[in-house]
Structures are given as C-alpha cells and as structure tokens.
Design a binder for this molecule. Structure first.
Ligand code: ADP
Ligand code: MG
Ligand code: ZN
Length: 626
C-alpha cells in the first residue's frame, strides 16, 4: 500500500493518535475483565434437538447458565463427532423436571459476581474519558493559554510595549487635533502627581469617535507607547456572551487585572457593542439583559476606581457615538470625546509618506498627486493603497513602486478589485455606458469643484458596474448651495441619460438616487439652504456628520412644517433632475458619440476625456431653472 501524505500538522496528528490509542487501551482493559470469557467454542444445536435428546435419554449431564446450556452426550452419534454440545436456553420452567425424569445430571452456574477491578474500572473509566475529551477540546479551542471553561475571565490582551513593537505618535499622521488631546492623556499617565498635587481630577475615560479605519486603535496604542505603560485591549463584542452575567464578570476581571498593573490603559474597541442606549434598544431580540448588565458593571467599575497616583485610563472607540447610552458620557466616565476624522489633503500626504517609506519607491513618484486623488480615504485605506501598489509592482517584476502602480491601486481601493470574469450582457453594457456618460457630461458642466477624470464601464467589485471618477481640483471644506445643487444634478445625470436614450430607467441608479436625496435633505434640514424654510436646522444635531449622516431624527416640527420640508426636498431633487435632462437633451449628440467610444474602449480618461467634454455646452434652459 502506498504511503499517503497526510497534511494534518504533526503535533495535532500526534494528539489525535494518542487519544485514539488511549481509547483502545481502555476498551481492551475493560473488556478483558468483563464476564462471558473463558467458555471455549462448542457446536451449537437447536433447543428442540436438545429436548428430544434429553427425552431419548442420550444426555449424560448438563451445565446451565443464563446464556447457554452445555451438555454432554452419553455416546457420540458417530465416530469423531463431538460429545459436548451447546444450545441457547429458552424460558422453560419444566426443564429441571424433564432433566430429572431422564436422569440427567445437571447443575447451574453460580450468579456472576463482578470482580473488584471490574467495578472499580466501570466507575473510573467513563469519567476519565469524559475529562480527556473535554481537555482535548479545551486545548484545541483556546490555544493552550486559557481553558474553555474560563467564561468569566476577561479575554483582554495585554501589551507591555517593548522597543520594537512600540507604537508612538510618530506612527500616526493626519489626525493632529486628536493627537494633541491625547498628548495630555500621556502626561497624566506619566506624571499623575503633578495633577493630583493641585487637586485636579484625572479624567477616567476618553472616547475616540470617528469612522472606521481612521486610526482610533492605532492612536490608543500610541498613547500606551508614548506613556510606556501596559495596554489592555479588548473589543466590546467580546464582553457579550451567551451567558447572562458572563460579560459583567469579565468587566470585573478586566479592571481587577488593570488595577494590578496601574498605571495603565484599558482600551475598549467598539464600545457601542455594549454601550448601546438602553432606552433605544427596546425590542431587540436576545442578548439585551446581558448587555445591560455588562454596561452597568462597566459604569460601576469606572465610578469605583480612583487610585490617586496610579491612574487607570479607559480609552474607548466607536463609530456610532449617537447610539451610546447617555450614562456613559456623564462626567467621571467618558467625559472626554476626541474626534478622529478622515484626514485632509495634507494629512493624507503625511500618512502616505509614512507608508511610502516602508516600500521601495521609484525616483520621481509624486506623492502629492496621490494625496490629491484620494479625497475621502481613511488612514487604513491609504495604508492599503500603498500595499496594493507594492503588490502590483512585484507582480509585474519591477524592483520599485512606480506612479502607475499607485494610480492603479487607487482605483482598486476605490472600486474593489477588477473582476475580469464578470461579463455584462451587450445591452446592459450599453445602458451602463450611457448612464456613466450622463454623469460625466452633467458633472463637467455643473459647478461643484470636481473635474471628471475618468469614465469606465469595466465592472469592478461587487456593486459597481461602471463608474465616473471625479477628482476635486482643490481640497474643499465649504460647499455653496450651487455646488450642492450641481452634485445632485450630477448624481441624477446617469438616470436622466437612461430616460432620454432608452425612455426607461433601470435599477442601476438606486445608489445615485439615495445620495442625491441625502444631499437635498441635508441642504434643507441641516444647512438651512432653503428659501422657503429659512435658515433653521430641522435635523437634530447627531454625531454622525462624518459618517454620511442622512438619517438624523428631525426636531419636533408641526405637521405643516414637516410637509413643507418634504416638499422642499422634492423640489430640489426635481429641479436638479430637470437640469440634468436639459443638459443632456442639449448635448444629445455628444452623449451619443462619447457613449459609442466608451463601448469600444471601455475606459476613457485623461486628455482624451477632457477634449471630448470640452465640446459640451451649457444650455440656456438649464441655467434658467430655478
Ligand atoms: P480604527 O480603529 O479607527 O478603525 P485602525 O487604527 O485599526 O482604525 O487603523 C487600521 C490601520 O490603518 C492601522 O493599523 C494603520 O496601519 C492604518 N492607519 C489608520 N489611520 C492611520 C493614521 N492616521 N496614520 C497612520 N496609519 C493609519
Ligand atoms: Mg479599530
Ligand atoms: Zn450612477
């Protein structure tokens, strides 16, 4: 038999083999002590034959046990035939009488008494197997350090920063305000006496708030690294367990551990997993009690510790601050909130510089250009971008990362990896082409500070069938009403083109409409840009500005006002739609010719695109729409 290769890792295999061997050994041992051994094989005959032999007086003696009747014949029926036979007993009360009548000598076996060892083994072995199996799984699932039964132990990982793995503020870029605020925290941790001597209370909790990937985790590690104190990191979701009370016990355990190591930092990532507003979570199925208990325990612990010279500072991160329970934000708890927002142009440049230093860059690579083209990227996206570029360069067997790699990486990060395998049907492709060109022409003509850089109908990622890439010409913090109206019209350009060319609309515009409606709603509700409703903010200010917002609850308004708001939003979108239609109708020939070109080439960008769009004309009607 050929030797087959087994790709189970050797130590795991060893463990399984061991276990199986032990199991076999135990079985053998047990069975050797069990009864029903020691009777050698004799030929079996039917009971009826036995009875008739007894009746015929052929049987000399019989030995009766529960399982068997063995009997010896007086004369062997033939030369060499066995004289000892066996049969299976049936319940027969007359048997003794019958045997007696025919003069058979018979005896019964004494009742089997289990030996001491058998008894002992039957008590010891099953629990032993149980324990072995448990241990096996425990070791497997926990990687050795903790057993499966330690539900109440906190799973926090402790980092005691050493020289190599230490993260400092130098590793975090583009979030200068946040860094500044956290520098203060570092100072608390380094020299708490200075503050307590004056009588100042050292803050206990700092909440880092911001969209995913902006460096919240990194920042809190940097605080620990700068202050050179131990750092407990745990995710809020790790507190929430199947068992009510486990989370609370874990919180208790975590703070116990932390107090022993003080001064130190506890970092709770995804605080919203436990800190969701208790009032707002009504009707959520399951896990509610548990979360509430965990939250209460956290509040208790935060209120409880007040070591003067050995501060334990709780950092926490969330991207949904508006869902947090108000009790968490009260003084003495997370009373400090630090906004960690997406980086601006110069911030992106410094982040890119950090990561560019880690790869080999070809001479002449312009990081500024990359920073300009990545508006809206978070730190994690930028780190990912540089890595993608390096991968691309390596795949092409280049020795250094070139500008082209970085450009391609941007597109990859923007729209997901190119899916060559995904093929659009020809008619779908046509719709996508007109749709994207519609965006491009309207976007080119409308104000808003963005220039159309690229149109592509190569499907990318999961969602985008095609896309129009607009690059802002400068970093903008303020948008005028005209800019926003232009953005809405641009978003509606895709659908408008479909209406004009095909007289029908497809589902492809859903995301455009969503975004357009969001902008219109914000214009009316948040920015007070409506002439009809005046400079009032009808949206309640939530913390979700940087998260795309759009679903803030409204202030309490009268029915009439609510209707007016709805009407105004509708008017804004309708107007932008009319404008997009007017522009595209006026530039119908251009729409046609660019669409035909893109159906051939799939991608149009750079100067080609610029030249094509340059011949577009802003019609009088579109300007006149107010
Ligand atoms: P968050 O916790 O806000 O979701 P992380 O801190 O986990 O984001 O960021 C993920 C990774 O992205 C970091 O490990 C780091 O490599 C990179 N990163 C994010 N923001 C920054 C930044 N401001 N400066 C440098 N690197 C960053
Ligand atoms: Mg994080
Ligand atoms: Zn679109």
């Amino acid at each position: 038999m050929p030797i087959r290769k087994d790709d189970t890792p050797p130590n795991r295999r060893f463990g399984i083999v061991n276990l199986v061997l032990i199991g076999f050994g135990v079985l053998l041992l047990v069975s050797s002590f069990l009864p029903n051994q020691g009777m050698q094989q004799v030929p079996r005959v039917p009971y009826s034959l036995f009875v008739s032999q007894v009746d015929d007086g052929e049987v000399r003696r019989a030995y009766i046990t529960q399982e068997q009747i063995r009997y010896e014949l007086k004369d062997p029926p033939a030369e060499g035939a066995p004289t000892v036979l066996a049969t299976t007993p049936i319940f027969d009360m007359d048997l003794p009488k019958r045997l007696e009548e025919h003069g058979v000598e018979f005896a019964a076996a004494p009742p089997q008494k289990p030996s001491f060892i058998t008894t002992a083994l039957s008590w010891v072995v099953p629990p032993l197997i149980f324990i072995l199996v448990l241990q096996f799984f425990a070791r497997r699932s926990m990687g050795g350090a903790q057993g499966a039964l330690s539900f109440t132990k906190s799973k926090a990982k402790v980092y005691v920063p050493d020289e190599e793995s230490r993260v400092t503020f130098a590793d975090v870029a583009g979030v200068d305000e946040a860094k500044q605020e956290l520098t203060e925290i570092v100072d608390f941790l380094k020299s708490p006496e200075r503050y307590t001597a004056i009588g100042a209370r050292i803050p206990k909790g700092v909440l880092l708030v911001g969209p995913p990937g902006t460096g919240k985790t990194l920042l809190s590690k940097a605080v620990a690294g700068e202050a050179e104190v131990p750092f407990f990191i745990i995710s809020g979701s790790e507190f929430v367990e199947l068992f009510v009370g486990a989370g609370a016990a874990r919180v208790r355990d975590l703070f116990e551990e932390a107090k022993k190591k003080a001064p130190c930092i506890i970092f709770i990532d995804e605080l919203d997993a436990i800190g969701k507003s208790r009032a707002g979570s009504m009707g959520v199925v399951g896990g509610n009690d548990e979360r509430e208990q965990t939250l209460n325990q956290l509040l208790t612990e935060m209120d409880g510790f007040s070591a003067k010279d050995k501060p334990v500072i709780v950092l926490a991160a969330t991207n949904q601050p508006e869902t947090l329970d108000a009790a968490l934000l009260r003084p003495g708890r997370f009373d400090r909130q630090v906004l960690v927002d997406r980086p601006d142009l110069s911030g992106r440049k410094t982040i890119l510089d950090i990561y560019a230093r880690k790869v080999k860059l070809a001479p002449g690579v312009d990081i500024d250009k990359i920073a300009q083209a990545t508006s809206g990227f978070a730190g994690a996206d930028l780190a990912n971008l540089v890595n993608e570029a390096a991968l691309l360069a390596a795949r092409a067997k280049r020795t250094a990362v070139e500008q082209g790699d970085l450009n391609e990486a941007i597109e990859r990060v923007v729209a997901g990896l190119e899916k060559k395998s995904r093929v659009l049907q020809p008619d779908e492709k046509k719709v996508v082409a007109y749709h994207e060109v519609g965006h491009a022409i309207v976007g080119h003509l409308m104000p808003g500070g963005s220039k159309v850089a690229k149109i592509s109908i190569v499907p990318r990622g999961m969602a985008a069938l095609g896309y129009t890439l607009q690059l802002p010409t400068e970093e903008r913090f303020l948008n005028s009403k005209e800019d926003l109206e232009g953005q809405i019209a641009t978003l509606l350009g895709g659908r408008s083109a479909e209406e004009i060319v095909f007289g029908a609309v497809t589902t492809g515009a859903a995301n455009d409409l969503q975004r357009a409606t969001d902008i219109a709603e914000q214009m009316v509700g948040t920015y007070g840009m409506s002439d009809v409703l005046g400079p009032l903010a009808y949206d309640k200010q939530g913390g979700s500005r940087f998260l795309g917002g759009g679903n803030n609850p409204r202030r309490v308004v009268s029915d009439a006002t609510a209707q007016a708001i709805d009407k105004e939003v509708r008017t804004l979108v309708d107007r932008a739609h009319d404008r997009a239609l007017a522009i595209l109708n006026h530039n119908r020939d251009l729409l046609e010719s660019i669409s035909q070109q893109i159906l051939d080439k799939e991608v149009i960008e750079g100067d080609d695109l610029k030249n094509l769009l340059a011949s577009s004309v802003m019609p009088e009607e579109a300007v006149a729409i107010v």
